[in-house]
Design a protein around this ligand. Structure first.
Ligand code: FES
Length: 190
């Protein structure tokens, strides 16, 4: 095609330019796409600014998870099933190292969407649990194989040496199916 032949001043081809443009505007967030931990679903995510990552959730099916990169760290996004939500809520009063109700782990009345940093709070390994074939630990959420930390379906630490729940970053729903990680949520209406 014609774009293959055109060369820019820096020696790059027009095709290169089109790729760059596609990365910046189409897929949004080039860094996020190249990241190896991204699951099979390529998030229609985009780094609008260095500090935020926009993610299209519409292609993620119930029970699936994707991992995107934000500020150099993995962010786990899971579309929780009703069973996973119910299991987390049922354990709200259970004894745990970093007690937090399930309701404090999600936003905007959308308990199905869990968004967390995928970094174990013990020594920083990336827990397993994003792929359907991964070990998910004794509580069905995530399992850190480095030293055996088990996180539940709300990302709360339940067993093992990690002291804290998987952190929930700032993120904001810009539509029902699109979030921006790195932006504070709108204040809930009183
Ligand atoms: S880094 Fe996860 S259990 Fe140690």
């Amino acid at each position: 095609m014609a774009e293959a032949e055109a060369h820019g001043h820096g020696g790059e081809t027009r095709r290169d330019f089109i790729y760059l443009l596609g990365g910046a505007m189409g897929a949004i967030g080039a860094a996020a796409f190249a990241w190896p931990l991204i699951d099979s679903l390529s998030p229609a995510a985009d780094t609008k600014a260095a500090s935020t990552t926009e993610v299209d959730l519409s292609a993620i099916k119930e029970g699936q998870a994707v991992t995107v990169k934000w500020r150099g760290s993995p962010v786990f996004i899971r579309y929780r099933t009703k069973d996973e939500i119910a299991r987390a809520v049922k354990d709200d009063k259970a004894s745990m190292p970093d007690p937090q109700p399930d309701a404090a782990r999600h936003q905007d009345g959308k308990p199905q969407w869990l968004v967390m940093l995928g970094v174990c709070t013990h020594l920083g390994c990336i827990p397993l649990g994003q792929s359907s074939s991964d070990k998910k630990g004794d509580f069905g959420g995530w399992f850190c194989p480095c030293h055996g930390s088990h996180y539940d379906t709300a990302g709360r630490i339940r067993k093992g040496p990690a002291p804290k729940n998987l952190p929930v970053p700032d993120y904001r729903f810009v539509t029902d199916t699109r979030i921006v990680v790195g932006e504070k949520p709108k204040k809930a209406a009183a």
